[in-house]
Structure formats: C-alpha cells, structure tokens
Design a protein around this ligand. Structure first.
Ligand code: OAD
Length: 250
C-alpha cells in the first residue's frame, strides 16, 4: 500500500483526528511562509518585530508590521486546503485543529474546534491590564496607549513568551489521545508547537505529513504526502469521504 492509500485507510478507520498546521497551508492563499524564499523572517528582523523587547523599543514599528500583515490576511481567501480540513472535521467525533497561524483562515474556511497556538490578529491586548479591543482597521499610533497606562499589543505569542496555558493544555491532550495526526505546512522547527506532532502523539498514533519538502517532522511521519496542501488535502478528503478516485500514489 502506498502512503496516500494508507493515509486514506487510517483516516477512514478512526474517530479521533488531531491536525497541526503551519504557514505552508496559507501559502496558496498568497501569504508568505516564515522561512521560505520570500519568507517573512528573511525580509524582517525578527527580534525587532516579534518580541516583547522589540515592542518596548518601538511599538509603532511593530504595529506597522502587524497592521500590514493583518491587511494582507484580510485581502486573501481560505484555499482548498483550509476547506478540506473544515470538511474533514465533520467526520470525526474527536477532532482538534491546532494552528500556528495567526491569519484566521481556518475559521474563515469553517473550521470549528480550532486552537490558535500563537494567537491571532483579530484583537489587541493591553500589556498591563489585559483589556482587549477588536482590530478592525489598522491600529493607529495614537491608539496604542491604554487608559490604565499600559500599551495595546497584538494578541499573539512572541519569541520568548509561553503559549497560552489553556490552549496549550487542550492541544497537548488532543495530540496525545489522537489515533491519527495530520501535519500540514510546517517546518516543525518551532517549539513547543512542533512537539505536538513529534513527542506528544502515542507511539501507535499514525502521523501523516503533507508538505512539498522534507521537514523536522518527516522522521516521525508514517505517511509522507509530498505536495502542496491545496492539492493534496482536497484529494485526501474526497477519497476518505468516498467521493474521489480510489486511493493511488500521490
Ligand atoms: P515555516 O516557514 O517554518 O515552514 C513553512 C512550511 O510550509 C515549510 O515546511 C514548507 O515546505 C511548507 N510549505 C510551503 N508551501 C506549502 C504548500 N503549498 N503546502 C504545504 N506546505 C507548504 O513556517 P511555520 O512552520 O508555520 O511563530 O513556522 C512556525 C512558526 O515560526 C510560526 O508560527 C511563527 C514562526 O516563528 C511565531 O510567530 C510565534
């Protein structure tokens, strides 16, 4: 049996699926990945933009970057890969999607049980009192200060910061109980998120990787589906749902 067929068979047989996604799933929507050729980290200095120290140094610069990213997220649409994951969710009694992405595209595609490990850009949060405000347009420099004396920051996890405890606990528990783990579009180099696909799953859990390239997850993968998510995932879903062509090599 080839990897694609075996992945289909396992997905058909189980009630319990955990999905981990990274920026690669949004690549075909038109958003850059972090470490790719035109990746976000190649064109920006991370420590200036995605760290508490960077924000303390220059909050306006940090907000300019996040305002731009938010505008980019709003201008794109979920792709067939996001949609296939939302469709898969309907099939499982126990389904959890943990995403490292802050672009909200899974929610816009209709996914319901979504854990946003690194936060999101729908709200800003006061760095002193925790008050929140929705982000509609760009947050202007004169809106950064909060009345409590704190500053509004993007509601995302920066380098050196822990993941939100409650979200992490739910993701780790879901990864540990799943029979099948589907990992899509992540290089698997950022912890602790990557451990949801490597260390958290039980030894007998079946791990499927969807990614055009080899990654840090690949050694743990039982089925490796090399290809772009917006092509591979719809095919996988259609086949699992019994509507596609029969399982064949990818
Ligand atoms: P990376 O840029 O590290 O990895 C993107 C992955 O997507 C690579 O493995 C690519 O091969 C793959 N990829 C590219 N195009 C794809 C496609 N069409 N379909 C499927 N896969 C594709 O991005 P992440 O793994 O998401 O954290 O990075 C993880 C974290 O690092 C991010 O959440 C961010 C960053 O630091 C924070 O900001 C806290």
């Amino acid at each position: 049996m080839g990897d694609f067929e075996e992945a289909c068979a396992r997905l058909r047989r189980t009630d319990s699926l955990f999905v981990l996604t990274g920026s690669g799933i949004s690549q075909e929507s038109g958003l850059p990945t972090f470490r790719g050729v035109n990746g976000l980290w190649r064109t920006h200095r991370v420590e200036e933009l995605a760290s508490p120290q960077g924000f303390a140094r220059d909050p306006v610069l940090v907000w300019t970057w996040y305002n731009e990213r938010r505008a980019a997220h709003r201008d794109v649409q979920p792709n067939a890969g996001h949609v296939a994951i939302a469709q898969l969710e309907e099939r499982y009694a126990d389904f959890t999607l943990a995403t490292q992405n802050v672009d909200s595209l899974h929610l816009r595609a209709g996914s319901k049980n979504v854990l946003e490990l690194h936060g999101h850009l729908r709200e800003a949060r006061c760095d002193r009192c925790g008050a929140r405000r929705p982000l509609e347009g760009a947050l202007q420099p004169d809106e950064i200060g909060h009345t409590c004396g704190g500053r509004f920051r993007p509601d995302i996890v920066w380098f050196g910061e822990p993941l939100p405890e409650n979200i992490w606990a739910r993701a780790a528990a879901a990864a540990a109980r799943a029979e099948v783990v589907l990992v899509v579009g992540t290089s698997g180099v950022v912890e602790p998120a990557a451990s949801l696909a490597t260390r958290a799953p039980r030894r007998e859990a079946f791990v499927i990787e969807v990614n055009p390239e080899e990654t840090a997850i690949t050694p743990r993968a039982d089925a490796i589906l090399r290809g772009p998510a917006a092509t591979v995932l719809p095919r996988l879903y259609e086949t699992v749902a019994g509507r596609g062509v029969s399982c064949g090599p990818t």
